[in-house]
Design a protein around this ligand. Structure first.
Ligand SMILES: *Cc1c(COP(=O)(O)O)cnc(C)c1O
Length: 223
């Protein structure tokens, strides 16, 4: 087995039952994705539309592609035909656009709403109030070609573990409240995407059931 397969199996063995591992392959070559694919991995994450489209075209069609970056409305059309899950939705305008492209492709596109909890101002996402406002307005029920399946968040980039843990906890509490308030069916709002290489275990301890891990699988990225 190669290094990618070794890293993957090590990480998988540390995950609790029911946690999905998204292998973040951004900037990495297709051969490395195939190394993971060949040992059975199917969920991969990219954050650039152009790279994602290229990899989609070249690689096996049963890969579940996750878009984890900030999506521009004018680029939704390129990934709408095949995307498995959009992680970073944080405006109604974007949801409307995804719905439109979903309809054109005769698909229902799975979306996660991104929540802002980190201290950094540069990170995208909705505040708790904005999220509640968006969901309670009821306008989303008219969007039949999207399916809001959960929340996504990134914690502050800090070595302060209690800070990071408390941010994850804040989002998972919010996730539970939203599920209870807005989704009647238990099967409806189920995904909480939190945790990266440096903090995924802490994220899982605090309620995450989907982690997005890149450098611990594929090595450091060189930009
Ligand atoms: C790059 C990225 C990751 C993975 O980061 P690593 O630290 O390499 O695991 C996870 N989530 C998002 C949104 C990213 O952009």
């Amino acid at each position: 087995m190669g290094i990618v397969a070794d890293n993957l199996s090590l990480i998988k063995s540390s995950l609790s039952l029911g946690v999905t591992l998204v292998a973040v392959s951004k900037t990495k070559p297709e051969e490395m994705i195939l190394d993971a694919y060949e040992v059975g991995h199917r969920d991969f994450g990219e954050n650039k539309v152009q790279d994602l489209v290229q990899k989609y075209e070249h690689l096996p069609k049963d890969i579940n592609w996750h878009f984890i970056g900030h999506l521009q409305t004018n680029k939704v059309k390129y990934i709408a035909p095949f995307i498995h899950l959009l992680h970073g939705i944080d405006t109604e305008k974007l949801l409307v656009q995804v719905n439109k492209e979903g309809r054109k492709n005769n698909r229902i596109i799975n979306c996660l709403l991104q929540i802002h909890v980190a201290q950094e101002e540069t990170k995208f996402g909705l505040s708790e109030m904005e999220l509640m406002e968006l969901l309670s307005a009821g306008r989303l029920s008219e969007l039949n070609n999207i399916h809001i399946v959960g929340l996504m968040a990134m914690a502050s980039n800090t070595s302060n573990k209690s800070q990071v843990a408390s941010e994850f906890k804040q989002v998972s509490d919010l996730f539970c409240r939203v599920k209870e308030t807005f989704f009647d069916d238990d099967k409806d709002f189920t995904v909480l995407s939190m945790g990266m290489s440096g903090d995924y275990l802490l994220a899982i301890e605090n309620g995450s059931n989907m982690v997005r891990v890149g450098s611990s699988i594929f090595g450091d990225r060189i930009y």
